[in-house]
Ligand binder design. Sequence first.
Ligand SMILES: [Zn+2]
Length: 252
Amino acid sequence: MIYRIYKYKGGELPYELVTRRGMKNVRIRVVSKNGNVYPSVSCPNQYPLGKVEKVIGDNLPIILATMENFRTAAEQKPQPPPVEITDGMKLRLFGKVLTAAIADNFPEGDYPLEKDGLLFFRRNMDYIATLNRYLAVEGRRIFGGYFEKYLAAAKYKGVKPTLSLRVMKSRWGHCKHYPDGRLEIMLNMALAGVPVELAEYVAAHEVAHLFVHNHSDEFYRFGETLYKDFKKTDRLLNKGYTTDMWASVSRF
Ligand SMILES: [Zn+2]
């Protein structure tokens, strides 16, 4: 297997070249391996390189488009909770990509953010605890913001619910009514790992439950008035992500 670079006007495209006996034509497929997306080109033995690159050139727009689709799909994959933190690893949380940096000296603050990075203190070692503090504080800020937005949009005048972030196995959110009249809205911390608009949808969903308790047509009709494509987003979320993907993280 050889790695080559195909040069074209406007860029360079690294590709993998595989020669195969018995092949008649050049075959190109886009592969995604270890986070890299590239075209893998197979051709017959002794095939002239000029001819190979002519095929690449002829198919360049579709190759580049396919690579872009692969990258987008990889970005939209749910981010599971990291079990260990390593220097330089990418954490995709709340729709942002943060680079973990392990610092030798303790930085200021609880979960210091530096530019696009999340700092962990080497001597502290309990990286996951640092991460959990970050999730708890940011989750409260971001999801809390969505709640206020939809409570206001729905002109909700009832008992104000408290918001709690939990690791839940089987649901994204839950609206709990206590016998003494208190209300608690629980959100699954796994929402930190899904695209932000889907997390925002869950906030709208739970606010809609303050008005309609079940999942009737009336509920979805009301939901649509709060959040565009309410029902469609519900399907998107439940098709693409599972609620228990963060079940291995227990501390918040
Ligand atoms: Zn519901």
